[in-house]
Design a protein. Structure first.
Length: 270
């Protein structure tokens, strides 16, 4: 109940910037759930991944500038979400969240809070090993997750997919690309999800991210606990931000790497 209250507070009374409440790619108001293709099952009709993000799994952004991206997976509980969102809000920084569809169905308020201020990617519906699925089963996982994230957030998810367990194959990446998604993986995972019982500390989690800093680095963290309510990545986040900024890195929004949607040609125009 305390976490739900904190999440509700982030959505109210100015905790989330008003400008961030608009869904990405919306042209005059928030995107409607199911907007885009009309089916609510494919990547929508907003900005698309450029060619540089297709054809392979992406573990580093295509840039030579001192830019890094913060990303968070959400597949378990919501223990660290309020703290992570508050740190990002206070520092005025972007991140991208990758919830599963099952998480979105179980924790719609949490997904709504994440989507109100940041982009939402797709992390499958039930978090299976995609290596074990055929093309049709992969599509079903992606589409079910997309629909669940739309319902929960009221926004159009980004055309970014992150494979469960980071388990990818050339075929599965091609299947995801065919659905309109770039396969966004990571340069380094903090391993904070292992928790104290897994031998991790907040400092160790931050150290893994800091060691991976470089142009285009994508840092993967998690907003859930390992069952004990302790979210080391939430504790590590300020340390990672401080180190990145001290080393001259700009923390970027993955949405900066999308291709803007083309304006529709008026009927009858040449």
């Amino acid at each position: 109940m305390r976490r739900r209250t904190a999440l509700a507070a982030l959505l109210a009374a100015g905790a989330v910037p008003a400008s961030a409440r608009l869904a990405y790619g919306a042209a005059g108001g928030p995107a409607r759930a199911g907007a885009g293709t009309g089916t609510g099952t494919e990547a929508g009709g907003g900005p698309r991944p450029p060619a540089s993000l297709l054809g392979e799994e992406i573990r580093r952004l295509p840039t030579s500038r001192r830019e890094v991206a913060l990303t968070f997976n959400a597949a378990w509980d919501e223990a660290g979400i309020a703290e992570v969102l508050e740190v990002l809000r206070r520092r005025g920084l972007p991140a991208t969240f990758f919830p599963t569809g099952a998480f979105a169905d179980a924790h719609p308020a949490a997904v709504r809070a994440m989507g109100a201020a940041h982009g939402l990617g797709n992390h499958s519906y039930s978090h299976p090993f995609f290596d074990d699925l055929d093309t049709q089963e992969r599509a079903e996982e992606v589409r079910r997750a997309d629909a669940a994230i739309r319902r929960a957030s009221g926004t159009e998810p980004l055309p970014f997919f992150r494979f469960p367990y980071s388990s990818t194959t050339e075929e599965s990446v091609a299947d995801v690309n065919d659905l309109g998604y770039a396969a966004i993986e990571f340069t380094a995972d903090t391993n904070g999800y292992l928790g104290p019982q897994g031998g991790m500390t907040a400092a160790a989690a931050a150290g893994r991210a800091i060691d991976a800093l470089g142009p285009g680095a994508i840092i993967q963290m998690h907003v859930g606990s390992s069952g004990d309510g302790v979210v080391l990545d939430a504790e590590a986040l300020p340390l990672v931000i401080d180190a990145a900024e001290e080393e001259g890195y700009r923390i970027v929004d993955l949405r900066e790497f999308l291709v803007p949607a083309r304006a529709a040609t008026p009927s009858g125009a040449a």
